[in-house]
Design a protein around this ligand. Sequence first.
Ligand SMILES: NC(=O)c1ccc[n+]([C@@H]2O[C@H](COP(=O)([O-])OP(=O)(O)OC[C@H]3O[C@@H](n4cnc5c(N)ncnc54)[C@H](OP(=O)(O)O)[C@@H]3O)[C@@H](O)[C@H]2O)c1
Length: 336
Amino acid sequence: MVGQRFIQLLENHPWFEVAWLAASERSAEKSYGEAVKWRMKTPLPKQIAEMKVSPAVANGSPKIIFAALDADIARELEPQFAENGSAVISNSSAWRMHPSVPLVIPEVNADHLGLIETQEWRKKSGGFIVTNANCSAIGLVLALAPLHAKFGIEKLFVATMQAVSGAGYPGVPSIDILGNVIPFIKNEEEKMEIETRKMLGELKGNEVQLADFGMAAHCNRVPVEDGHTESVSVSFKKKATAERILESWSSFRSVPQELKLPHAPAEPVIYDPRVDRPQPRFDVDRGNGMSSTCGRLRPCSLLDWKFTVLSHNTIRGAAGAALLNAELLKVKGYLG
Ligand SMILES: NC(=O)c1ccc[n+]([C@@H]2O[C@H](COP(=O)([O-])OP(=O)(O)OC[C@H]3O[C@@H](n4cnc5c(N)ncnc54)[C@H](OP(=O)(O)O)[C@@H]3O)[C@@H](O)[C@H]2O)c1
């Protein structure tokens, strides 16, 4: 799913061009058109369909690798590419929490890229690994970052309703998910709780200090094609009014907007005041799938405030996130 989204987003990219494709041995040596079950709503580009899929070996691979591998495979393969001198821009959870690996949302913690210089691969070959977070953590953190900066999060509760495309292809069998809700996504709650605090943490010297707040996540799979919706309750260390929260979201602009990166959304966080929005069917593609859409801001009777946030899991939550990381890396001079 994420690999296909990369191909879609890289078509006509002003800076990057698909030079090499790799997947498992099931696909290697086939043309991409034969190997893939194309699930995007735009046509598969002809020249990509004709490219041969290579085995996923680092020797001779290009300088920038957009990786969308299962975590067990990524744990083993990504270091081999970094060791070989490639910039590995990864979607997998395998290396996200490693102390020398940046876990980055360019609007939130672009400075964490400084960790790259502490990586052994970088010192040996110039290669490195940079990661983006779990798809539900990214949308949430975009909405929280301007609030955390002003008011300081004290406690955070979130319940997710996550789309089926988040489980990859073919993902959850239709008989299990149609007309149903599955209240379990393996390791998802643990990932959300720790990755949120790493991204909102501070880079001090050569390490990221996790943001200091308590968090509980409940993760559910729902029969939605694309788009993770999240119900959030939050309390702050400083007093936050509704007006100041709304103003924090509407004025939120950061490094990608200042640098005019090709995949930067004009508005990273959009607030929709309608009582029944955001909804994945109507709002998932806002900002070309790169914005988080918030709605239903109201007082919470347990914590301070509650609201809903929606983001596109394979664009802002995966391939688009990695692409924005790559664009930032290029502008910052990390891609040579
Ligand atoms: N889907 C999302 O919304 C989302 C969001 C954020 C992060 N992620 C993460 O991104 C990664 C990919 O997710 P996905 O949803 O795209 O999964 P997916 O649809 O199952 O795709 C996995 C890909 O990994 C390849 N692969 C498997 N074993 C391999 C091996 N031994 N060597 C080389 N390639 C191998 C597969 O190749 P074949 O095509 O040959 O089988 C396939 O292309 C996962 O770590 C996931 O957690 C996904």
